[in-house]
Design a protein around this ligand. Structure first.
Ligand code: ZN
Length: 334
């Protein structure tokens, strides 16, 4: 009687998003105004959505006084208010020091000093830069300084999806969530904007707005509280358990960890792999990835210890922390 032929074990793959989630949603509030507590904080909390605050660091805790800004007279959150928002599960990014020009000449103030002061204020690293004004402040000098100073991502106001395999996180797209879009199209408010595309293309939607109140402070810069509620309810109902409601910095971390993960079969032993992320940027805090395991896998060990496999949406999933290299042993039915 002959022995059956060996069956090659397909290698595990790193999932597009953690936990088998199919797409991702984040929402960002430029200027980090205290009046977010009037409507935004309770609306997001009721739907389990974390927000993200883009802080004008030079005006932290002060009443806004910036040129002819629509939001002059509103108060920026203070350090203690920002810390309280972190405790609620929100994230924080740098929206520059002055809300003026950010470029190679001003990077020391707008990107370096602002990052350091904001990190001391909230007691956590800042890895996200959010361009102020328009995309002029996404110039090459600004983005080169972001890379040099340890930022992991930079956000524009370009209305498009972000995708799991995008190479460069120094230009992340943001979708406007405004009562009316900018000219010449003056797009109508759409609570489902980009969501269907995100579902079909494993995309990541990052919404951009300021501080919804009874009505938008400016129709081309904000939406109303009622429109915000329609949006987050659309996200939750469309997404169900398939959408990852994520802070910007957490989704950015996953993108780095996924890109850096290397899975190497160990020669001569079927089902044994070395999994590591040797080139992972040191500023990445969340260093776990979700692996999609080959069909038929019934048990897994990480570094010799049993590890739980989760079955979700037809995939067998395993989370692996790549803070250090791991040995992964898979056993399967053949
Ligand atoms: Zn701004």
């Amino acid at each position: 009687m002959s022995t059956p032929p060996a069956v090659a074990f397909d290698a595990p793959r790193v999932a597009a998003w953690p936990g088998g989630k199919r797409w991702v949603y984040s929402i960002t509030f430029d200027e980090a105004l205290s009046d977010l507590h009037k409507f935004v904080v309770p609306i997001l909390a009721s739907c389990g959505v974390p927000g993200h605050l883009e802080v004008v660091v030079g005006q932290m805790g002060e009443v806004r006084k910036l040129g002819n800004s629509s939001y002059n007279g509103f108060k920026h959150m203070s350090a203690s208010e920002l810390r309280e928002m972190l405790d609620r599960g929100w994230g924080v990014g740098n929206h520059s020091w002055s809300h003026e020009a950010t470029n190679a000449e001003t990077a020391d103030l707008e990107l370096d000093k602002a990052k350091q002061v904001l990190e001391r204020a909230i007691g956590q690293p800042i890895t996200i830069y959010c361009s102020s004004g328009d995309n002029t402040n996404m110039n090459e000098g600004a983005l080169a300084a972001c890379r040099r100073l340890g930022y992991l991502g930079a956000m524009s106001i370009t209305d498009a999806l972000n995708r799991p395999d995008d190479a460069d996180l120094m230009w992340m797209n943001r979708t406007f969530l405004h009562t009316q879009g900018y000219g010449p199209f003056f797009s109508e408010f759409d609570p489902w904007r980009n969501l269907t595309q995100a579902k079909y293309e494993s995309g990541w939607v990052i919404d951009y707005l300021h501080c919804p109140l009874e009505t938008a402070v400016h129709p081309n810069k904000d939406c109303s509280a009622a429109e915000l509620r329609r949006r987050v309810e659309a996200v939750v109902s469309e997404g169900g358990s398939d959408v990852w409601l994520a802070r910007v910095e957490d989704a950015v971390d996953y993108r780095y960890a996924r890109r850096a993960a290397v899975i190497t079969p160990e020669a001569g032993i079927d089902g044994l792999y070395r999994v590591a992320a040797p080139s992972l940027n040191e500023a990445v805090r969340l260093r776990s990835v979700t692996l999609e395991l080959p069909r038929g896998t019934y048990a897994a060990e990480v570094d010799g210890r049993p590890a739980p496999i989760v079955s979700r949406g037809g995939e067998l999933l395993l989370d692996v922390d790549l803070s250090r290299p791991r040995m992964l042993r898979l056993r399967r039915v053949v």
